[in-house]
Structures are given as C-alpha cells and as structure tokens.
Design a protein around this ligand. Structure first.
Ligand code: F3S
Length: 756
C-alpha cells in the first residue's frame, strides 16, 4: 500500500495519493463521530484542503478542495490559460491537459473536416500548443478525440477528484471518480494552487437491481432517471449508484450514465470501484492502477455500510425498457413500447432524417460493436440505412480499434459517414445540408443534449436522444414509430423479419489500437518556449493585469444600467456567435449586457449616457465612461448572473471600467467570479431600495477602507433632483476575498504573494 503509482502512463510527475486520502478521511470521520459515509462523500472529504477544520454539512457548507487534476476543452481553455498567464506563474500547480475537440465542424467526413478545422482554427491551436508547452500542460491536438473519452482512456482513476471546463466532465465517474464540470475561473484557481470551492452536495442514491437484457443498454438507465427527476432534479446533488445491479455492466456503460447526469443538473455522478473498472483499467494498459486500487477498495473506494443518502431512487434493470427522450429536452422520456402512440399524438415528424451515433456519451468499443451487430443483421437481409447515418468516434484509439476490428467498415457499407474524432454535430458544429433552415424534421442521436437548435441551429429540428443501438435501428427503419422489439421489417424480397437484439464485446479481444499519436507532452526545457498570440489576432489577446484598488472611496458614479427582472449570464455575456471571441477580452466585451433589459426604457442594449444624454448600446457607453476615467455601477434584481459559470460575465464589466454591481441578490458562482476579477458585488440590505433607485442617480460607495467580513457598506444616492439618501449594502466577502478586491483581482493577489 505504500508504493508510488503514477496517475497515468503519460506523466512522470503525477502520482496517486491514496495514502493521503485515507489519512484525511480518518480525520474527517473522527470529527463526524464515525458516521458511515457514502462513496462520493469519501472522495470529496479525502480531498479537503483542511480536513481538521473544514465545516462539513451536506447542502450547507462550502468545501475547500484540492482536486487531483484539471482537464480543459479548447473553447474554454483559451480564457482559462490567458488568465493563468496573467498571474505570472512559471507553471501550473496541478496536472492539466487541454483537448482540441470543440472547434471541428462536421461537413463531409473525418479527414477533410479535420484538415479544414486545423486551417480555420490555426491561431487558436498554435496558442494552445505553445501555452501548454510553456506552462507544463499536456496537449491533445485536433483529431485526438473528445475530452471525456480521452480522460476515461488515460487519466481517470478510482477515488480521484478532477475538475474539467466542460459540463460533461462527470463522464469519468464510470471509473469510480468524482469528475466535476466547472467554469474557467475555477480551473484557474486549481492551476494557480488555490483551493477550489464547492458547496457540499447532497447525495442522491440510485439503487440498481436486476440485469439488463435484449435491447436495453446503460443509456436507458439515465434516460429513465431523467424522466423521473426532470432536468432540475439533480441540482446541488451528486448521484451515487449502488446495489447489485452496478456490477452487471461495463465501465464505459457507467461512463455513459455519469455523463448524462449533467442533463438532470447533478454536480456529478459516480459508481463505486468494481470489477468492470479493473477490466477497463487493464484493457487500457493501467493494470498497476487497478491492482493499487484493489488494496484500497474496502476502506476508501466503496461506500460505508449503513451510509445515508438524502434521497433514494430504485431502478430494476431486468424490467427496464429502452427509452427515447425528447424532443427539445432530455427529460421527456418515452419508453419504446409507447413511442408509437406518443409520437403520433404529439404530432412529431415521424420520418427520421438523420441518425447520429457516437459523441462523448456513447462511443465506446461496446457501443460501436453492438451497433455494428444490428447493421450486420440488417445487411444479411439486404438492408442499408434509410436515413443519413453519422458516426463520431470518441477518440483516435476507438477509431483505430474499430477500423482494425471491422466495425468501421460495417458502418461505411451501411451508408454511414464517419466524422472526425471530435464533438461535431453534438455542439452544433454541423454544416447540415439535407434540409433547409426552418424545416420541421426529426433526428435521433446517441448524444446527451437535445435542446432547441443545439445540433443544427434549426429550431424546427425535433432531436431525440436514445442508445446507439436504438438510433441504429431507427436508421434502418427510418420511422419514429418503429419498435425493434416488436415490429418486423421487410427484407429485400419483401419477407418480414425481426431484428436480432444487439450484442458485442465490452472490450476489444485484441486490446486497443492506439492509432496515431496525437498527444504532445510538455518539453523538459520550457524556458525558451514563446506563447504564440499575434497582436493583430481577433480571437486571442494577452490579458493585462487589472489595476489595484486606489485606496479611495468611489464617488459620483453613474449607473451604467439598471437591469429589469431576470439577468442571466446569457444576458450579461451572450454565447452563440460571440463564442469565437472567448480568448479576446476586448472583442467579447462588445456583448456586455446586450441582452439585459434597461429599466428606464424597457429596451435591450439601449442606455443613456448620463453626461451627453445620448442613447447607445451598453458596451459602447461603458467604454465611453471608461475612456474618460469614470467608474460606473450596475443595478440588478434577484439572482443576478444565474445560468452558466461563464467567467467572461465578470471579466467584461471589469475590463470596461465597472466598480460595483449592486443587486437584490446574486447567483453564487457569478458573485464569486466578480470578486475574483476585483469588482464589488454588493446587495441591497433593504430589497425595496432597488425600486427607489432611478437610472440617472449618481452613486457613492463610502467607507471602503473599513471593508470587513460581515460589515455593511454604505451607498449614498444622489438623485438628479432631490435629497441625498443613504442605503446599507451587504456583501459576502471573507478576508481573503477582500485582498482580491484591494489587489485588483485574485490573480494579482496570487502574483503578489509569490513574487513578494
Ligand atoms: Fe463534445 Fe457534445 Fe460531449 S459537445 S464534450 S461531444 S456533449
């Protein structure tokens, strides 16, 4: 148990820390009077920054944690790395990998699409290649595969805590670890050696009994669960699977289930360490980790007997049916036996236009083998795909292995298009040509999300998610009413036949073929590496450190905008076409608050410059103020900044010269992000004061030299006509965060601490 085992085969500097984990756990257990712990609790508490003193109450305390590693996809990595660079540290504090998977558009097929993407995204890839080399991160280039598949194949190990800048990071729960999706700001914390904060999740236990059979596959477990819990049912919770059913299927199947826990809003999902994980670790050349984990199975890598879950859902796998979820939401779950009636009654387009298998959710060897078995059966009756059929291998390793073992050829003979090892249509990177925009149609995929317009940008596309097996059967039948368990197909001579239930190996008999080498390790000598960012670039820009606070109260500030009603991170920093500027703060700041509604005229992106009287867009006015050295505030309503954890929503107001954001209340992540960027998120102590403020009032915030945890701040309001009045403002700054404000940002503070 004392051996030093590497976390993976690619890094020589990262080790598995079970011994430390168990020691931490011992301390926590004593403090909790030896109450039995769930498996998820064990992983979390064994990664506490300070196990001796940390408050631990599920659903209440904020845990400070030390994750084992960080994974970033290429879209979110850009700003995370730019921020990290601005701290001036020589290298990342924890192992980090970057994966190029989101920027590759599916057009005609894998190889050509990949070439085009490398060309179009050259400056982003060059930046990521050089920055990862400079700061000691692993780099997975375009064509290597989808982040979550690469993590499962190479980096995930039982008992680990990892964070990833992508919502489907929980996929790695299939190897018995807690893998949590976060925003770039959280990733930067871990890269810079700050503890990472998470509200102690509640635990939703899912008890699995029985064994799947026939057409049912692991995907159906999560599709069924989504129907039970709805898209919000997992919020603030970890889903922990237990019961005899967990030992009846593959580790990659568990990965699929954990992946889609994101669709019910769960913090993450996890399976306890078991035999299928040992088999998968061995198949991916990590037998040493499997052996090491087995030594810790009893006291660390399993739930304690008698542990308590906050809620329990029970599912019997023996009677579980295949499900089809959608359209437009992943929790609208219909069992295949009812699909015919529901589809007709709902008026969904019955003719299926495209079947898409693969993605990070469902591209394991098992998924591919089982789908290929259905196609071979259909081919033996002379049938091919009736719909367009696409295959997205999750990684180069999967692609090479199914090429060697023949499944890829089977897909091609069926009429399938093999796309690049990347996200492709799953993230809307799909140049779809078979229909016109606005045409009502149905597609079926083995992906995880099916929100309106997600795959092809067409709001009239009815997207359904199902297992890859069912998607393949649908591609053969071409009809949403088809139930392969009961409905016969006609062969080429008109004779009726029933498709055979799918079958296939969970792991390749001849081992995995790694395919082309797409990984680049950071060089030993990194001093000479120059990070590539062209000063003329529109997509990337070096981040300049923000100015520290000048030590004075802020007086006579204009209100940039008094926002009316709901203001989400999408209103604050819109996505869509703006995503290409994620690495360029100046350009992306042109979307600041353009979706928010101005209380004065009830319009979006139309505000009055209080000095000139001219109406302009929010970013333009903010920039005008900033260029004249005028600080400004924003007034907001309840739960300001809810939605995604997008750090741009906090970077932009700081970049444009904002000083304070004053609201009735904040969404917590956004509030923390604002603090990290050196802004003052403040709350009206008396919520009614929100109504008393007029958009043309001027604001003083005074007594800032006495800013202290738990002590109110005073705001003086100068109405255009009328008496000055005062309002108390509350805040949630702790003493460390106050230093962030004073230093100008959290990263400035780190830099100051390191460089003295
Ligand atoms: Fe990529 Fe879709 Fe997964 S965007 S990471 S394949 S959910």
């Amino acid at each position: 148990r004392d051996s030093k085992v590497h976390q993976n085969l690619l890094e020589d500097h990262s080790f598995i820390n079970y011994k430390q984990n168990v020691e931490n756990l011992k301390i926590v257990k004593e403090r909790l009077n030896n109450r039995p712990l769930t498996y998820a609790e064990k992983i979390l508490y064994s990664h506490l920054d300070n196990p001796q003193e940390q408050d631990i109450e599920r659903g209440v305390s904020y845990l400070k944690l030390r994750p084992d590693r960080v994974a970033c996809q290429d879209a979110t990595a850009q700003m995370a790395i730019l921020q990290f660079m601005s701290a001036g540290l020589p290298e990342v504090a924890k192992p980090v990998t970057v994966h190029c998977d989101h920027l590759i558009q599916a057009q005609i097929g894998g190889e050509k699409d990949l070439k085009r993407a490398i060309d179009i995204n050259k400056e982003v890839y060059d930046f990521l290649t050089t920055a990862t080399a400079k700061y000691n991160m692993g780099f997975w280039g375009p064509g290597s595969g989808i982040i979550h598949q690469i993590v499962l194949e190479n980096y995930a190990f039982p008992g680990a805590l990892i964070i990833g800048t992508d919502s489907h990071t929980p996929n790695a729960g299939g190897l018995g670890q807690l893998a949590i999706g976060v925003g770039g700001a959280d990733a930067v914390d871990v890269m810079a050696d700050l503890p990472w904060e998470l509200k102690a999740p509640k635990i939703l236990g899912v008890k699995l009994t029985g064994k799947m059979n026939g057409w049912t596959s692991p995907k159906d477990i999560i599709l069924k669960l989504a129907g039970i819990t709805t898209v919000k049912g997992g919020t603030g919770k970890i889903v922990e699977y237990f019961g005899p059913g967990v030992d009846t299927f593959s580790a990659t199947g568990m990965g699929t289930i954990c992946n889609m826990g994101a669709e019910i809003g769960a913090t993450t999902s996890v399976f306890p360490f078991n035999k299928s994980m040992v088999d998968y670790l061995k198949a991916t050349r990590r037998g040493e980790i499997a052996d090491f984990a087995q030594l810790y199975q009893k006291d660390f890598l399993s739930a304690d007997k008698g542990c308590e879950y906050d809620e329990i859902v029970e599912l019997d796998l023996t009677t579980l049916e295949p499900y089809v979820n959608g359209p437009f939401t992943p929790d609208l779950a219909t069992p295949i036996s009812k699909m015919k009636d529901v589809a007709v009654a709902s008026g969904w387009p019955l003719d299926i236009r495209v079947g898409l298998i693969g993605s990070c959710t469902n591209s394991s060897y098992e998924d591919m083998s089982r789908s290929a078995s259905i196609i071979k059966d259909a081919a033996s009756h002379g049938l091919k795909a009736k719909t367009i059929f696409t295959v997205t291998p999750g990684s180069e390793q999967i692609r090479a292995t199914i090429e060697r073992d023949g499944q890829l050829q089977t897909f091609k003979e069926f009429g399938g298009i093999v796309l690049a090892n990347a996200c492709g249509p799953c993230i809307g990177q799909w140049d779809r040509q078979d229909i016109k925009k606005g045409e009502k149609n149905t597609i079926v995929s083995s992906y995880n999300r099916n929100f309106t317009s997600r795959n092809d940008g067409n709001p009239q596309t009815h997207a359904f998610v199902a297992s890859p097996e069912l998607v393949t059967a649908f591609a053969i039948a071409g009809d949403l009413r088809f139930n392969p368990i009961t409905d016969k197909l006609k062969d080429k001579d008109g004779n009726e036949f029933l498709l055979k239930p799918p079958f296939g190996n969970g792991l390749p008999e001849d081992g995995y073929d790694p395919g082309e080498d797409t990984y680049t390790a950071p060089p030993a000598d990194r001093a000479a590496v120059a990070v590539s960012i062209a000063p003329t670039s529109e997509r990337l820009q070096v981040l300049k450190a923000f100015e520290p606070w000048n030590g004075k109260d802020a007086l006579d500030m204009p209100i940039l905008i008094k926002a009316l009603g709901k203001t989400t991170t999408d209103h604050i920093s819109m996505a869509g076409p703006w995503l290409k500027y994620r690495g360029h703060l100046e350009n992306i700041s042109n979307n600041y608050m353009i979706g928010a509604i101005n209380a004065e005229n009830k319009k979006a992106n139309s505000i009055r410059n209080v000095y000139t009287g001219e109406y302009k867009g929010v970013p333009d006015t903010a920039r005008d103020y900033r260029d004249q050295g005028i600080k400004w505030v924003v007034i907001g309503d309840e739960n300001f900044g809810e939605g995604s954890s997008r750090e741009h929503a906090a970077l932009e107001p700081r970049f444009l010269g904002g000083f304070a954001i004053i609201t009735r209340s904040f969404a917590r992540i956004h509030e923390t992000n604002l603090k990290k960027q050196g802004l003052l998120p403040l709350n009206f102590k008396n919520p009614a004061d929100y109504d008393k403020i007029n958009p043309d009032d001027r604001i003083d915030i005074v007594g800032l030299d006495k800013l202290a945890p738990g002590v109110d701040v005073t705001m003086k309001v100068h109405p255009k006509d009328g008496q000055v009045w005062e309002a108390p403002l509350t805040h949630t700054f702790n003493s460390e965060q106050i230093e962030w404000f004073k230093s100008g940002s959290a990263l400035n503070k780190i830099k100051k601490d390191r460089t003295g």
